[in-house]
Design a protein around this ligand. Structure first.
Ligand code: HEM
Length: 267
């Protein structure tokens, strides 16, 4: 993996040298990191941690680690909830199929803004099954008073996002999968509103998830595609409902492997 990343960085450096001459405007995440690296080299060593090839490789690996597990875990939970809730499954499929149309080629980003119920399904999935239920550990930088407690500086703070999202004082039928509960939401001020901490699957504030604006449309697109093209069932002869037990790992995932039968949709 280290050698592959070295190669990617070297290829980017080479292309950037060439593109300056040829006016090639292609830029991706590695280019952004190389911009910082070059700016630092240009300004001379500042005495801090150098933003060299090692740092760039760590950043890329961190992105993969933070992005992949959380995203696919959420999608598995969403499919599992929908399988256990056939009415909600039918409703979300009807919405997607109406938006894309019969015989549509594929779901594209342009369809996503019409898929309001799908957005509710994903939100409700994240409310019940945040892949990082305790977020990441935080540390206070100064002495703080909170609800009458004195929290000294440099205290490790763990936020129980799972408990916040299932608090019956905030949520009716807190343990049930009810996507409609988000129907009244303003979907433009989505997951990381600075005012709304009813559920925080992406954390919040300065150290909140920087990938949220990528994660949500990625999941919408992938789920909408799967739900548009296929009808989904549990394998014949097995249980009629999925067990929703959790398993701890890099993220909290469905304990049982999700086996579903995909039947191509024909209207
Ligand atoms: C369903 C998908 C995702 C969920 C639920 C999720 C959730 C989270 C949470 C809870 C945190 C810690 C926030 C805190 O402690 O306050 C976090 C951090 C982070 N996430 Fe995500 N994430 C997701 C997808 C992504 C994606 C797609 C990327 C990158 C493209 C990403 C990159 C990161 C990074 C780099 C951090 C560390 C930020 C820091 O330490 O300042 N995440 N994420």
């Amino acid at each position: 993996m280290g050698a592959l990343l070295e190669r990617i960085i070297a290829d980017h450096r080479q292309r950037r040298r060439g593109s300056r001459r040829e006016g090639d405007n292609h830029r991706d995440f590695v280019d952004v990191l190389l911009d910082v690296n070059e700016a630092e080299e240009h300004a001379g060593a500042g005495g801090g941690v150098p933003f060299d090839n090692e740092a760039i490789k760590v950043m890329i690996l961190l992105m993969f680690a933070a992005a992949t597990d959380t995203t696919y875990t959420t999608m598995v939970w969403a499919m599992a909830e929908l399988i256990n809730h056939p009415h909600e499954m039918r409703r979300v499929q009807d919405e997607i199929r109406a938006a894309v149309g019969v015989g549509g080629d594929r779901v594209t980003e342009e369809h996503l803004e019409k898929l309001r119920y799908l957005k509710h399904v994903i939100k409700e999935t994240l409310r019940l099954h945040a892949p990082l239920p305790l977020l990441l550990p935080h540390e206070t930088t100064e002495d703080t008073q909170l609800l009458g407690y004195r929290v000294p500086a440099r205290t490790r703070v763990i936020v129980n996002a799972w408990a916040i999202a299932r608090d019956p004082a905030t949520w009716e039928r807190a343990d049930e999968f009810v996507p409609e509960r988000f129907a009244g939401d303003d979907l433009t001020t989505d997951y990381m509103s600075a005012q709304d901490f009813r559920f925080v699957p992406f954390g919040g504030g300065r150290r909140g998830c920087p990938g949220v604006a990528f994660a949500v449309p990625s999941m919408e697109l992938a789920l909408a595609s799967m739900l548009y093209h296929f009808d989904w069932e549990l394998p014949a002869g097995g249980a009629s409902k999925l067990e929703m037990d959790e398993m701890n790992g890099l993220s909290v995932r469905l304990k049982a492997t999700l086996h579903l039968v995909a039947k191509p949709w024909s209207p």
